[in-house]
Design a protein around this ligand. Structure first.
Ligand code: RB5
Length: 145
């Protein structure tokens, strides 16, 4: 539906629990449509799920993405290999806010074995609720591609 924010989520086995908690959390948020791209399996390769979410954004089926692996590191490295993806690994409120305000990150990455669930849900909300400041930050983003 027009005006809805489409968010694609992906995780490996190290992030699946947190990813599922985020799916439930976002389900209670109005104006959001979620695509859960997995995993549901016990042992998978995190690049495959970074690929699914990055592709969903780049082909226009999602506006934003959330990726979770054990540390958030591997999945963010892979997602950032795509031109047009700005994947940010965050651990606290300040980085969650700044990565939208200054970097306009279109993918939020979290470590399922690093960040407690309650904090992670807060970071997701901060990232979604923070507007991009544009201006000089857009000029800097333009140099990333
Ligand atoms: C999987 O055991 C683990 O390596 C992965 O979830 C992630 O932390 C990689 O960066």
């Amino acid at each position: 539906m027009a005006g809805e924010l489409r968010i694609a989520l992906g995780a490996d086995h190290g992030g699946v629990q947190l990813k599922d908690a985020i799916v439930s959390h976002l389900g209670a948020r109005s104006g959001v449509v979620i695509s859960d791209l997995g995993t549901c399996d016990e042992s998978v390769d995190y690049p495959d799920f970074a690929d699914k979410v990055a592709t969903a954004i780049l082909d226009g089926t999602a506006d934003l993405g959330i990726l979770v692996c054990g540390t958030g590191i591997g999945i963010s490295i892979r997602a950032n290999r795509y031109d047009g993806i700005r994947a940010a690994l965050v651990h606290n409120e300040f980085t969650a806010e700044m990565t939208k305000a200054h970097n306009n990150a279109n993918v939020l990455c979290l470590g399922g074995r690093v960040v407690p669930t309650e904090l992670a849900l807060k970071l997701v909300d901060i990232w979604l609720d923070t507007p991009f400041e544009g201006g000089r930050h857009q000029k800097r983003i333009d140099k990333l591609g």
